[in-house]
Design a binder for this molecule. Structure first.
Ligand code: FES
Length: 209
């Protein structure tokens, strides 16, 4: 696998590594695609809402460490609104690209940053808890109920789900990896659709299989 020099630099010498002593928000997220994990701590200025300090710990692959390192660099000094807008594509571009099979690593880093910001906003009553509203956890919980007929285990345990995301207006996107000529492809796609349609607030479902 070919990594850019920038990925290697951030992997060998990660920036902002470690838990913050004085954090006022944190989040830990895992990737359904590989089981890796990232934790991010924030120290947000209560008045200006600027992220004054940020730290991370990674329990995962080289791209996981490199993307967490770059994303914390990108977020530091930004307001929480600005930091929320950082996309995983920007993070990957900032690293001069990632191998296609490692793109989910940058998704994981961005998801974790956004979750930490959301936790800050919740704790400071800047947003309301959206109890019962559609979220990624609900989608993953549904996908964990779907068995891959060939093996008899669920899609999450088999690490077949490479990405699951929910947009604010209720569009659900799921990327599933199934061999091209697998006769169960259509069945699995249909079952995913049936399961996800039942969730509250779903407007549209895109299944990339
Ligand atoms: Fe899964 Fe990198 S985070 S392989």
């Amino acid at each position: 696998m070919q990594y850019s020099q920038k990925v290697l630099d951030h992997f060998m010498k990660p920036h902002n590594l470690g838990k913050l002593e004085k954090a006022n928000a944190e989040a830990t997220e895992g990737s359904p695609a590989c089981g890796d994990q990232v934790s991010i701590w924030l120290n947000v200025n209560e008045k200006t809402k600027i992220i004054e300090d940020i730290g991370f710990l990674s329990y995962g692959c080289a791209s996981n460490i490199a993307t967490a390192s770059i994303i914390t660099d990108m977020a530091k000094g930004k307001t929480i609104e600005e930091a929320k807008a950082i996309s995983w594509k920007e993070a990957a571009a900032e690293l001069d690209g990632l191998p296609p099979v490692k793109m989910h690593c940058s998704v994981l880093a961005v998801d974790t940053l956004r979750k930490a910001i959301k936790n800050y906003e919740l704790a400071h009553h800047l947003i309301k808890a959206d109890k019962g509203a559609l979220n990624k956890e609900m989608v993953l919980a549904e996908l964990a109920k779907i068995l891959y007929p060939k093996v008899g285990e669920d899609l999450i345990s088999l690490k077949m789900v490479k990405y699951a995301g929910v947009s604010e207006d209720g569009n659900v996107t799921v990327d599933v990896e199934i061999p091209k000529f697998d006769k169960f492809r259509e069945n699995v796609a249909e079952e995913i659709r049936e399961h996800l349609e039942k969730l509250p607030g779903v407007k549209d479902i895109t299944i990339n299989i």
